[in-house]
Design a protein around this ligand. Sequence first.
Ligand code: ZN
Length: 234
Amino acid sequence: MRFFLLFCVTLFCAQPSLGRDYPEFRLLKMDGAHVKWGAAEYGAGAEVSYALVDAARDFPDARNCRSVGPVDPILAASGVDRNAFDAALVQAFGAWQSVSGIKFRPADDPQSADILIGSDLTAQGWAHADVKTETSDDGIVRIERSLVCLSPAKLWKIGFGANPDAQDIRYTLTHEIGHAIGLNHASPQGQVMSFTYGERFIELQAGDIEGAHRLYGPAKDTMIATIPDAAPVN
Ligand SMILES: [Zn+2]
């Protein structure tokens, strides 16, 4: 059983070593294997449950988000409405769901949710994700559990602009969920999965979508509906 990682989304984040030509997307690699939810097969869809942490929980086997609490104190400190946070979370999951074969649903039992979201009680950086996989070998391995945590030591906001010292929750959640489903940092900027926080776009970019397609295939329910020919009127 392997577990791990991951990164922050912040201007001050350590820059990963990338090649000269920056890729538009990169898949997470843990012990030499790409990781994903669902079948261990590129392009295979998956259904993943999520929940907000409702009480402090420790994850001693995690690299990041080892201690996670409810998001409410973060929101109160930043003056962010809980309903607005919930809407941003749905939009963040929806961004990935609308373009690829991964589907998200609220967990019936938050204790056993696939992806847990909360505040980072260790309060390092801005935000992190942690991915735990079932097994590790030289192929693609299934993700067993992911964590997404936001720092209570930072200022948060909903939407771009306004306070330049605050970071947008929806953008940050979309980025961290990208890690939680198996994507790594891409180019320094230009993608949601870039490691530099920016406020130039909120939607997934071409590289983000390409990465999601590589892991989960394209969305199956976004085919253009065809309108059947009208019956002749006699
Ligand atoms: Zn990141």
